[in-house]
Design a protein around this ligand. Structure first.
Ligand code: AMP
Ligand code: ZN
Ligand code: FE
Ligand code: FE
Length: 270
């Protein structure tokens, strides 16, 4: 009875379609998964439709990439009504700003003598929530960098030469939007923030859970965030943050088996 509550698809920067992710999860014996694409719910219909066909429970989710005081803060939303009007409106606004911003990143890279085109990036993102991950993959495919991470270290990370800001929600805005859409806001991968003052600040903004079980957390971090959740009477979630083959350090689906009991606790809190 295992689950993975943090998965990306082609609707954002994953490399597999929602349908493929669903079938793969079924093959790996999961009872439930959540699709949590960055800033978009456009993969959920396909995932849920296919989940029904093969009896795999799909929890509708989203991951908002927000920024707080210069830190990347990601807020997951679970059991959202993904047809909620204000939620859809926000994702549209975020999508427009992502498209504009990627063009500016490509421009900057061109000025630095790196020959990639808008089309290289948009043909990878295929209408989904386009972002720096797609640019990183293009840079790797065209041998401008050796690894996906190197693309960020050299060009794309906050503060690097080809970094371009875009419209982002603030964490408290993301939390409100998720709650208004009937969902449960959860602080994603707190260990990646590497600053527990910021983590505590985000908790005070009204998240209802912490992603304590996370592929990149070590045992100390996992235990620390489980305790933090318990001390603050918050829910606990977990997931792999799989982006499919060819992304980051490769496919992660199957490597995180979280107990279904955590899903029951989420459901009981709605
Ligand atoms: P974007 O949504 O376009 O701002 O891109 C954010 C995504 O890029 C994150 O969800 C990560 O998958 C990836 N990312 C951000 N910073 C880094 C980094 N330093 N190294 C590798 N991947 C990163
Ligand atoms: Zn991603
Ligand atoms: Fe994230
Ligand atoms: Fe993620």
């Amino acid at each position: 009875m295992s689950v993975d509550l943090h998965l990306h698809t082609k609707a954002s920067d994953g490399s597999l379609s929602p349908k493929k992710v669903v079938y793969k999860a079924k093959k790996l014996n999961y009872k439930a998964i959540s699709i949590t694409d960055h800033d978009t719910v456009s993969g959920l219909d396909e995932a849920i439709k296919n989940g029904k066909k093969i009896n795999l429970e799909i929890i509708p989710g989203i991951e908002f990439n927000t920024k707080y005081k210069g830190f990347e803060v990601h807020i997951l939303g679970y059991f959202i009504d993904y047809h909620n009007k204000s939620l859809i409106n926000v994702t549209k606004k975020l999508h427009d700003s992502r498209v504009k911003r990627v063009k500016r990143i490509v421009n900057k890279l061109n000025e630095m003598g790196i020959k990639i085109t808008n089309n290289d990036v948009f043909s990878l993102s295929d209408g989904g929530a386009v972002g720096r991950s797609h640019v990183a993959r293009v840079l790797k495919n065209k041998n401008y960098v050796e690894t996906f991470s190197e693309a960020f270290e050299k060009y794309l990370a906050i503060g690097k030469e080809a970094y371009v800001e875009r419209y982002r929600l603030k964490p408290d805005e993301a939390i409100i939007i998720i709650k208004k859409a009937g969902g449960i806001p959860v602080l994603a991968h707190p260990g990646l923030i590497e600053n527990d003052k910021i983590v505590n600040k985000i908790l005070s903004m009204g998240v209802e859970g912490i992603e304590a079980y996370y592929y990149e957390h070590n045992l100390n971090e996992t235990n620390k965030y489980i305790k933090l959740a318990n001390d603050n009477d918050l829910l606990i979630t977990g997931g792999s943050d799989d982006h499919g083959p060819g992304n980051k350090d490769g496919a992660r689906l199957g490597k995180m088996k979280i107990d279904y009991k955590l899903v029951e606790a989420l459901k009981n809190s709605i």
